[in-house]
Design a protein around this ligand. Structure first.
Ligand code: ADP
Length: 267
C-alpha cells in the first residue's frame, strides 16, 4: 500500500515538474519571439533614415539639381542624421539598462537645482521653437537620487514635451513634496495623445503616429527608457493626456533620507 502511495506522489511531482518545464519553455519562446521582433523593428528603424539620406545624396549629386533643391535636400539629410543619432543614443541607453550597467549612485540633491540644471540644458532647443519653460519648485526639497540618471530621465520627458508641442507654447516643470512622496510633474500644451494609445506609450518602439514622429525625430524608445530609469529608483512614472490639449507626465518617488554620515550637496 505504501509503495502505491509513493508512486502516486512521485507521479504527481513528475507531473508538476513537466508542467513547470512546459511553462518555462513557453516563456523562453515568447522572449525569443519578442527579441526577434525587436531586432526586426530596430533594423527597419535604422534602415529608413539611411534610405532617405542615400536617396537625397544621390539626387544632389545629379548635375541638374537647382541650388534651392539642394538646400532643401541637405536640410532633410541633416534632419535624418539627427534622427539616426537619437535612435542610436537611445539604443545604447536601453542596452545599458538591459545589462544592468546603470549603477545607481545616490547623493543628496536639492530638487530645485536639479530641475533648473536640466532646464538650462534644454533651453536652447525650447528657444528655437519659441517655447517657454518654467520651473516651479517647493522651497528646499532634498532628494536622495542618482543625479545622472535623473538628468537623463528628465531630458527624455522634456524632449517629448518640446517635440510634440507647437511653437510658442509653454511647458511647466514642477517639483513637489507630498507627505512621503516626491513628485516631478511635466506639463505641456502640445498635441496630446489619443486615449487608446496612452496605455502603450511606455512600450519599446511604440509611437502614436509613426510618420509625424519621424518628422519630429522620435525613436519610440524615450519613454520606455524613462520608465526603466525611474524603476531603478523604485519610483513610478505615469502619463495623462488630452488629445489636442496637452500631456502631463508624473514622476513619483518615495522620500528617502541619505544614510547618516553622507554629506548634503547643494544641487
Ligand atoms: P519618441 O522617441 O517617438 O518620442 P517616446 O517613447 O518618447 O518615443 O514616446 C512614445 C510616443 O508617445 C511618441 O512617439 C509620441 O507619439 C507620444 N508622446 C510622448 N510624449 C508625448 C507628449 N508630451 N505629447 C504628445 N505625445 C507624446
Amino acid at each position: 500500500n505504501n509503495q502505491v502511495k509513493l508512486n502516486i506522489n512521485r507521479n504527481d511531482e513528475l507531473g508538476e515538474l513537466a508542467n513547470a518545464i512546459t511553462t518555462l519553455s513557453n516563456d523562453l519562446n515568447r522572449l525569443k519571439n519578442a527579441r526577434n521582433e525587436f531586432l526586426a523593428n530596430i533594423s527597419h528603424e535604422l534602415r529608413t533614415p539611411l534610405t532617405y539620406i542615400k536617396g537625397y545624396a544621390d539626387i544632389i549629386s545629379r548635375s541638374h539639381t537647382s541650388e534651392e533643391e539642394k538646400r532643401e535636400y541637405v536640410a532633410i539629410i541633416r534632419e535624418e542624421t539627427t534622427n539616426l543619432t537619437e535612435l542610436i543614443r537611445h539604443l545604447f541607453e536601453l542596452a545599458r539598462v538591459d545589462h544592468n550597467q546603470f549603477s545607481v549612485k545616490k547623493e543628496t540633491v536639492t530638487l530645485e537645482q536639479l530641475l533648473q540644471s536640466v532646464a538650462l540644458l534644454v533651453r536652447p532647443a525650447f528657444d528655437e521653437k519659441n517655447m517657454s519653460l518654467f520651473v516651479q519648485c517647493d522651497e528646499r526639497i532634498d532628494v536622495f537620487i542618482d543625479r545622472k540618471i535623473f538628468n537623463q530621465l528628465l531630458l527624455n520627458i522634456l524632449d517629448n514635451a518640446r517635440k510634440y508641442s507647437l511653437e510658442g507654447t509653454q511647458v511647466i516643470l514642477q517639483g513637489l513634496q507630498d507627505e512621503d512622496l516626491i513628485k516631478i510633474v511635466i506639463i505641456d500644451e502640445g498635441e496630446g495623445i489619443p486615449e487608446e494609445d496612452i496605455p502603450f506609450v511606455f512600450e519599446r518602439l511604440y509611437r502614436v503616429d509613426k510618420s509625424r514622429s519621424r518628422q519630429f525625430g522620435g525613436s519610440g524608445l524615450g519613454l520606455a527608457i524613462a520608465k526603466e530609469l525611474i524603476e531603478l529608483h523604485d519610483g513610478r512614472i505615469t502619463l495623462q493626456s488630452s488629445f489636442g490639449k496637452g500631456t502631463t507626465v508624473l514622476i513619483e518617488l518615495k522620500k528617502e533620507d541619505a544614510p547618516v554620515g553622507s554629506s548634503v550637496e547643494a544641487g
